[in-house]
Design a protein around this ligand. Structure first.
Ligand code: T5A
Length: 210
C-alpha cells in the first residue's frame, strides 16, 4: 500500500481529537492528501455500532459482546474506508484503533492479550498502524477534562480504577512496540503537545520518504 496509517491513542480526555485536528490541518497545508477518521465509527455501519456501544442505557452489555462490537465496527471501517484510502496513497489519521481495544477490553475488562490479537487479525485482515502516537495523561486528569463537557457515555462512566488499568494497558503496548508507538506527555500545554506530535510525524514521514 502506498499510503501511511497513523493512529492517535490514549485515555479519555487525553487530547487526541484536539491534536488530530491540528495534525490534519498541518499535513494538508504541507500538500499531503489526508483522510481523518475515528473508531469506533468512520462509516455509516460503524457509526451505528458506535451509538450502540456508547449508549449508557446498555448496562447489560457483556464484555464479550462489547469486544465483538468494537471489532465488528473495525472490520467495516478497515474494509470500506481505511484500506481504500491507503491504497489511494493517502495519509490516514485515525482517532483510536486496535490499541484502544487492547487497552480498554484487555487492560480495563481483563480479556486476554491472545484473544484480542486473534480478533484484531480477523477484523483488520492484518492491517497495522505504521505509527501510533500515545498521548499519556493520568486517568483522573483526562476524566476531569471531559467532565461537564457533555453527559458521560457508557465507557466514561466506568470507575477511576478501570481507567487507570486502561492507561497501564496503553503503556504496556508502548513498551512492547517502542518503534511503532511513540509516547507524548499529554499533560503538557496543548501547544507543547502539538509541537511534539508534529515533530514525530514529520520525522516519520521524512524517514519513510513520504
Ligand atoms: N473504546 C474505543 C473502547 O473501549 N475500545 C475500542 O476498541 C475503542 C476504539 C470512544 C470510547 O470507546 C472506548 C474508548 C472511549 O471510551 P471517544 O470519543 O474516542 O469514544 O473517546 P474519548 O477519549 O472520550 O474522546 P474525547 O473526544 O472525549 O477525548 P479526547 O479526544 O482525548 O480529548 P479532546 O481533544 O476532545 O480534549 C478533551 C478536553 O481537554 C482539552 C480540550 O480542549 C477539551 O476540552 N485539552 C486539554 N486541556 C489541557 N491540556 C491539554 N494538553 C489538552 N488537550 C486537550
Amino acid at each position: 500500500m502506498n499510503g501511511v496509517f497513523i493512529t492517535i491513542e490514549g485515555v479519555e480526555g487525553c487530547g487526541k481529537t484536539t491534536q488530530l485536528r491540528y495534525l490534519s490541518r498541518h499535513l494538508t497545508e504541507m500538500g499531503h492528501p489526508v483522510e481523518t477518521t475515528r473508531e469506533p465509527g468512520g462509516t455509516p455501519v460503524a457509526e451505528a455500532v458506535r451509538a450502540l456501544l456508547l449508549d449508557p442505557a446498555h448496562t447489560a452489555m457483556t464484555p464479550t459482546t462489547e469486544l465483538l462490537l468494537y471489532e465488528a465496527a473495525r472490520a467495516q471501517h478497515v474494509s470500506e474506508r481505511i484500506r481504500p484510502a491507503l491504497e489511494a496513497g493517502r495519509i490516514v489519521l485515525c482517532d483510536r484503533f486496535v490499541d484502544s481495544t487492547t487497552a480498554y477490553q484487555g487492560g480495563g475488562r481483563g480479556m486476554t492479550w491472545e484473544t484480542l490479537n486473534r480478533l484484531h487479525a480477523i477484523a483488520t485482515e492484518g492491517l497495522w498502524p505504521d505509527l501510533t502516537i500515545l498521548l499519556d495523561v493520568a486517568a483522573e486528569e483526562g476524566l476531569q477534562r471531559v467532565q461537564g463537557a457533555r453527559s458521560r457515555d457508557r465507557i466514561e462512566g466506568e470507575p477511576l480504577a478501570f481507567h487507570e488499568r486502561v492507561r497501564q494497558g496503553f503503556l504496556r503496548i508502548a513498551s512492547e512496540e517502542p518503534e511503532r508507538v511513540r509516547v507524548v506527555e499529554g499533560h503538557l500545554p496543548v501547544e507543547r503537545v502539538r509541537e511534539r506530535v508534529t515533530a514525530l510525524v514529520e520525522e516519520f514521514l521524512r524517514s519513510h520518504e513520504f
